[in-house]
Design a protein around this ligand. Structure first.
Ligand code: PLP
Length: 399
């Protein structure tokens, strides 16, 4: 085993191959096995008492994890050089709610990006409000201008870059610099990029959240979330996770670790296919706008070029006029695209999305209805042919 400094100097795609293997794979097993346990038996009472004094050190109680989950947590920590540790949660939304509940007290204010994932918004307007935590939504393109929104009660700034559905790329370093100057904690939902395309902690983020359900698992069959913390932020997250009773199944942790190994090659394929489809769409008369961070028209494209080492396979396009029925005609006849929410697997998906009703700090005025695509690992030529037929159906339905 190499020491941490040696490993951090390696390309992340190289680190992926053995990340997190330390704790679970004795005796030469390549993939850490599934360790199932609720009860842990102690040698004697003295052993039990010693374990109780140091419950974080080794097997203690199934809810606190077994080597399978620890391996996954360690692997995700290794992908964010400088991180103190990673907590695992039963879903991405569980990670978001547990992180915010651990950072905010009644009377505190949260600044939440206006292009946030809809359940993040619902959490602010629901549970957090009930607990006396107020939320102000802010323009995703605000950058260093966030300074003017930070008040005496502001404790946390939540970022998501690019934004859900509309893909604005945020100036994460500028916002984190402004936050640090005022002692405000930053939390980023980094699900789109993963640490492979955007190492969040290196950009100044305090806590980076992933819906592992998406690209980490990568095969559309496990729900999981994670939060990776910079030094000083791990202990409070862990305390809250324990109090909420958050844990993940060892089988799910095993599948997530197995998915993680191929994240590099999968993302490269999602990027290549996604760009091919996005560029083709941008040239079609039925398409008014393509929201893909790697295309020049996307808000924050220059920031994406500066900060990201690539693109994943999720983006949106705006139709040129037409109504919901015409959009439905496009989507319903697609043969290769599934209609479904949870992206990040190997298959392509199409989804009708309506951002206008999900904004309060900014407006969404688009030329027509919006379709979000996830481009899987199919041959993009086949996907383009399928979409070309879809645009013909859109034309026919639009009249
Ligand atoms: C899917 C998603 C989540 C939530 O993850 P779940 O595992 O489905 O709870 C959070 N943020 C973003 C950006 C997502 O796409």
């Amino acid at each position: 085993m190499q020491d941490d400094d040696d490993r951090n100097s390696l390309n992340p795609k190289t680190r992926l191959v053995t990340a997190g293997r330390g704790k679970a794979s004795g005796r030469g097993i390549v993939n850490p096995p599934v360790w199932r346990a609720s009860t842990i038996l102690f040698e004697d009472v003295a052993d039990l008492r010693a374990a109780t004094r140091k419950p974080d050190d080794g097997l203690y109680y199934g809810r606190r994890g077994t080597p399978t989950a620890w391996s996954l947590a360690d692997a995700l920590t290794e992908l964010e050089p400088g991180a103190e540790g990673t907590l695992l949660y039963p879903s991405g939304v569980a990670a978001i709610s547990a992180v915010l509940l651990s950072l905010l007290d009644p009377g505190d204010e949260l600044l939440m990006v206006d292009s946030a994932y809809e359940p993040s918004r619902a959490l602010c307007n629901g549970l957090l409000r009930r607990f006396g935590i107020t939320t102000r939504f802010y323009d995703p393109m605000i950058g260093a201008g966030i300074t003017e929104l930070i008040g005496d009660k502001t404790r946390v700034i939540f970022l998501e870059s690019p934004g859900s559905l509309t893909f604005e790329v945020q100036d994460v370093p500028a916002i984190c610099t402004a936050a640090k100057a005022r002692g405000v904690t930053t939390v980023l939902d980094n699900t789109w990029a993963t640490p492979l395309l955007f190492p969040a902690l290196a950009a100044g983020v305090d806590i980076s959240i992933l819906a592992c359900t998406k690209y980490i698992v990568g095969h559309s069959d496990v729900m999981m979330g994670s939060a990776t913390a910079a030094p000083g932020f791990y202990a409070p997250l862990r305390r809250t996770a324990m109090q909420l009773g958050q844990c993940v199944s060892p089988d799910d942790a095993y599948l997530a670790l197995r998915g993680l190994r191929t994240l590099g090659v999968r993302l490269r394929q999602h990027e290549e296919g996604g760009l091919a489809v996005a560029r083709w769409l941008a040239g079609q008369p039925q398409v008014a706008d393509v929201r893909h961070p790697a295309l020049p028209g996307c808000p924050g494209h220059a920031v994406w070029q500066r900060d990201f080492s690539g693109a994943s396979g999720l983006f949106s396009f705006v139709l040129n006029g037409g109504n919901d029925a015409a959009r439905t005609a496009l989507i319903d006849g697609l043969k290769l695209f599934g209609i479904g929410f949870s992206w990040g697997g190997f298959e392509s998906l199409a989804l009708p999305v309506d951002p206008a009703g999900l904004r309060t700090a900014t407006r969404w005025d688009a030329a027509g209805p919006v379709v979000r695509l996830h481009i899987g690992i199919e041959d993009p030529a086949d996907l383009i042919a399928d979409l070309a037929d879809g645009l013909k159906r859109f034309d026919a339905a639009r009249g």
